[in-house]
Ligand binder design. Structure first.
Ligand code: HEM
Length: 440
């Protein structure tokens, strides 16, 4: 029987806390192996102390389902995520909870319809081609850096849709990067010179920027996300206030940026390590047309994307706070506890993913469909009411970029190369993924 909020008697006590630093160091060296050891030793839920916060790490697909689907409305996002990403992404959709979250999500949904995707695609394609054209001249190409720069430039076009002089674009990009970085600050207060203080200043720059351009956006509209938020309406006819639009725009930029960069880096890495898959993906991209339906309908590319996400979840952990005493997997979770679900780890569970470390996009093809083995077998985009609203947008953008990339370049890494993933915050390759890039 699944434990529920009502059945908190006769529950097991969670063991721990494990002290943070040694655990973190082992996690950095071998995240999957170390979690396997801890799961075998301590059970399905265990306490870990990380920088003064006790986290209840919940293993396995059943725990993921229970926490993410959240039938009892016990687990809250706002207090959990704001602890990690601070006030910089204040009132973004992911930080809202329950009825208020639903109200905002219903309005925001209007900016993520099929028609909207087609329009975003049309806006992004020329900028993708222009961005990729210069890659062949880069002396020491590092894919992670190249994707990061390209997604930032694309965000200005597809998200913001405002013509900006280069200096102003750089100022906004800089503020955005400072806001993202601030969440990892060790000093978590407005102490001058710290990433935290820089993040607060950056948030102000971003707010001023969006407020300045809002009246013109409301007046003139456009095919970008900013314009869509201005006209977005729920089925009940509810709309966003100016303040809502600014808060959502700042959060959306953040939610889209690193996640897409990491996804594409993982795809580029695996396609470089397994050149036979790169050739298959190239053949598929060359056979597909350039129109929206052909690019988005490239099934092989879809499977490569999913398998790359499985092997490297851009959002490695999803935190929640228990708003009252409850139970997960038969373990008592006290009120106020921070719980976490880890797709990064679960995606290597051999019960659902045989030979889990192997790169094999055909796991997602019929008749195998290993992603159908459990409702949460693949939860790189989360699940339940907070499931990624930008999942299709990400799919369109990543496929549009790889469609062009595969047709323009071949890239490779030495046979013995393994990317050095840093897992302190979101995963990224410490060496930025250097490759040899050859123009076709
Ligand atoms: C491959 C790229 C992406 C990945 C892997 C990803 C992953 C995720 C995950 C795991 C969550 C759930 C977090 C939680 O439940 O705690 C989430 C939520 C969210 N994502 Fe994404 N994301 C991606 C791209 C995007 C893009 C491109 C956008 C916007 C255009 C976006 C916007 C959002 C928003 C607004 C939420 C909050 C949804 C809610 O709380 O209702 N994401 N994403």
């Amino acid at each position: 029987m699944t434990a529920t909020a009502q059945s908190t008697e006769n529950l097991r006590t969670v063991r721990g806390p494990l002290v943070g630093l040694p655990h973190l160091l082992k996690m950095r060296r071998d995240p999957i192996g170390h979690n396997d050891v801890m799961r075998a030793k301590y059970g399905e839920v265990l306490k870990i102390n990380v920088f003064g916060t006790t986290l209840y790490a919940c293993y396995g697909m059943d725990a993921a389902e229970q926490i993410l689907i959240n039938r009892e409305r016990v687990f809250a996002n706002g207090p959990a995520w704001s602890h990690f990403i601070g006030p910089f992404f204040h009132r973004g959709l992911m930080l809202l909870d329950f009825d208020e979250h639903l109200h905002h999500r219903r309005i925001l949904q209007a900016a993520f319809t099929n028609d909207a995707m087609r329009r975003y695609h049309a806006v992004m394609v020329p900028h993708i081609r222009e961005g990729l054209a210069g890659w062949g001249d880069v002396a020491h190409p590092r894919m992670f850096e190249l994707f990061k720069e390209l997604t930032l430039d694309l965000a200005i076009e597809t998200f913001v849709g405002v013509d900006l002089p280069r200096a102003e674009q750089d100022r906004v990009n800089k503020a955005f990067i400072a806001a993202v970085r601030a969440g990892t600050s060790i000093v978590r207060a407005n102490v001058p010179g710290t990433p935290w203080a820089k993040g607060l200043a950056a948030r102000k720059v971003l707010e001023e920027f969006f407020y300045e351009h809002l009246p013109e956006k409301r007046r003139n509209g456009g095919d970008d996300l900013f314009a869509q938020l201005c006209i977005a309406q729920s089925e009940e006819g509810d709309e966003f206030t100016d303040e809502d639009i600014v808060n959502h725009m700042i959060f959306l930029l953040m939610a889209a940026h690193d996640t897409s960069t990491i996804t594409m880096s993982s795809m580029a890495y695996h396609l470089a390590r397994f050149p036979e898959w790169q050739e298959k993906a190239r053949a598929s991209a060359l056979a597909a047309g350039d129109d929206y339906d052909s690019v988005v309908g490239d099934e092989l590319l879809d499977r490569v994307m999913k398998e790359s996400l499985r092997l490297c979840s851009p959002v490695p952990n999803m935190p929640r706070v228990a708003t009252r005493e409850t139970a997960v997997n038969g373990y008592r979770i006290p009120e106020g506890a921070f719980v976490t679900v880890s797709p990064f780890y679960s995606h290597f569970d051999p019960t659902y993913w045989p030979d889990p470390t192997r790169f094999d996009p055909d796991r997602f093809a019929e008749p195998r469909r290993e992603d159908h083995g459990h409702r949460m077998a693949f939860h790189g985009f989360g699940g339940g009411v907070h499931k990624c609203i930008g999942m299709y947008f990400a799919g369109v953008q990543v496929r549009a970029i790889f469609h062009e990339l595969l047709r323009t370049y071949r890239w490779s890494v030495p046979d013995d190369y393994r990317w050095p993933l840093d897992l302190v915050a979101l995963p990224y390759p410490r060496d930025r993924l250097p490759v040899t890039l050859e123009r076709l």
